[in-house]
Design a protein around this ligand. Structure first.
Ligand code: 4AZ
Length: 490
């Protein structure tokens, strides 16, 4: 589990117009709003040859004057020459040692090279997604596909032009769809469907399948093309997600919410430690739960201590059943317990959940998805129904609205504490909010008849107080990290 972003990476940010035409990347990098990325900046120093070996013999033995006339080479001159040579060699040695330490401690990928996962192996950008495994674990051939926007447009990264392209539906089939989903980090068993989508906007370049090409590697079969013969591109859904079997109840009775119905929020889970509900979570695949990093901090990071309950509304019912055991907990490596930056974690279950009307995954937001500045969302959980209260006996949910970060960061609200990995939702007038025990649980929105995970409940000053709305992990910032970890821990 590592934190550095690896191209071809793709971040999506809230509050951006969904643009299906404009290229999102320049030279393989997102050109929209960026947050400081620790990943190989363009300005890193160019590769410095490391073959700077020094003779290991004492400096004095290396001074061999070709001819040393006795008059010049007096003992005094020889002594000072030796001294200055020794100092020079010592300084050079220290500099080389420094460079070597720096090389291993910091990023060893000099110049424009890209690191293979967490290994000290680097490859050039043109080796990424070129159909050849150049990294020891093949990391350069993972994550070469992404789904773009709310219509799940399949896009493939081209190592040649260092950009993402939609894929022509010509000759596409479910087998290719499954391969692309597995590359993203999904299990092949969750594969849902590939559909032909008419592009409403003029793309100028596509990826096309050459079915007569040798081998089974999807990426070796793809080539750049100016058009698709069918005129349509692939829309790919790797999991049937975001379906609620009930229309959400618009009554506003969490704090200020109302009791939920079974199947209304089928992705909501209750996370238990020793028969006590501690946090909420959201199902994203049969095996993976998204929650908050602060829920699994310190002594709570031991997977065997946790039980996960899905498809149950009442806490007393959970106490009567066994729940699902947790195999692995992965906390965001850049989670900061002080600032709550990157407050997200993944739980991998020991056995997969069986999906039905009451248990099912929420959709992870795709890059390029737009949320309105005041998008209507919902929060749910078994958290307290008032500040300082007990966790609630039944699942509650409430309607909240996103609050723009500029507003949420204003002096009277959170005065600059809202980072790009956070998103505010609720009401500045108070009354409705998440509270203790809702942490890790979902902030969702409905778009194009599907429910999407916008955030995970993270923090706030009190609950439902004036000018102190709930703060959630900004899921659009975490999807790449989530896929990368699902991929690496399958
Ligand atoms: C908590 O401690 C917590 N009002 C969750 C949400 C909020 C505050 C605290 C937001 O779990």
């Amino acid at each position: 589990m590592e934190s550095n972003l690896q191209p071809p990476y793709y971040e999506n940010y809230a509050y951006q117009p969904e643009n299906l035409t404009a290229p999102r990347l320049v030279n393989g990098f997102y050109v929209g709003q960026q947050y400081a990325s620790p990943y190989c900046p363009a300005t890193v120093p160019r590769y410095v040859p490391r073959a700077c070996t020094q003779p290991s013999a004492p400096a004095a033995t290396r001074v061999h004057p070709i001819s040393s006339p006795r008059k010049i080479c007096t003992p005094r001159v020889r002594k000072s020459l030796c001294l200055s040579l020794s100092i020079t060699i010592l300084l050079a040695g220290a500099a080389i040692a420094g460079i070597i330490v720096w090389y291993f401690v910091t990023d060893s990928c000099f110049g424009s090279k890209i690191r293979c996962g967490t290994l000290a192996v680097c490859v050039s950008p043109s080796q990424w997604c070129d159909g050849v495994n150049d990294c020891p674990n093949g990391e350069d051939e993972n994550r070469c596909v992404r789904l773009y926007g709310s219509r799940f447009l399949l896009e493939v990264y081209s190592s040649e032009s260092k950009d993402w392209y939609p894929v022509c539906y010509d000759d596409w089939n479910d087998s290719y769809g499954r391969t692309a989903c597995v590359d993203m980090g999904y299990n092949k068993d969750t594969y849902f469907k590939s559909t032909a989508t008419q592009l409403t906007s003029p793309f100028t370049s596509f990826m096309r399948l050459n079915t007569s090409a040798d081998g089974t590697d999807l990426y070796k079969k793809l080539y750049n093309s100016k058009q698709c013969s069918t005129g349509s591109v692939v829309s790919l859904q790797c999991i049937k997600c975001g379906l609620s079997s009930k229309n959400s109840n618009p009554r506003n009775r969490i704090v200020g919410g109302s009791a939920a119905a079974l199947g209304e929020w089928p992705w909501q889970v209750s996370l238990y430690i020793q028969r006590i509900h501690l946090c909420g979570g959201s199902i994203i695949t049969p095996e993976w739960i998204v929650t908050a990093a602060h829920c699994v901090e310190g002594s709570y990071s031991e997977p065997s201590h946790w039980s996960v309950y899905a498809g149950i509304l009442l806490q007393q019912e959970m106490l009567r059943s066994k729940g699902h055991k947790v195999a692995k907990i992965i906390s965001h490596p850049n989670y900061d317990s002080e600032t709550k930056n990157n407050d997200v974690a993944l739980m991998k279950l020991r056995s997969p959940l069986m999906f039905d009307d009451t248990i099912g995954p929420v959709c992870l937001p795709n890059p390029g998805m737009m949320f309105q500045p005041e998008q209507r969302c919902w929060i749910s959980g078994w958290g307290a129904q008032r500040q300082g209260g007990n966790t609630s006996k039944e699942l509650h949910a409430a309607k909240v609205y996103l609050i723009e970060s500029s507003r949420c960061n204003s002096r009277y609200v959170y005065n600059g504490l809202i980072l790009s990995t956070m998103i505010c939702a609720g009401y500045l007038e108070g009354r409705v909010d998440s509270c203790q025990g809702d942490s890790g649980g979902p902030l969702v929105t409905e778009k194009h008849a599907l429910w999407w995970l916008v955030g995970d409940t993270s923090w706030g000053t009190g609950c439902a107080s004036v000018n102190k709305p709930g703060v959630y992990g900004n899921m659009t910032q975490f999807t790449d990290w989530i896929y990368r970890n699902m991929q690496a821990n399958r």
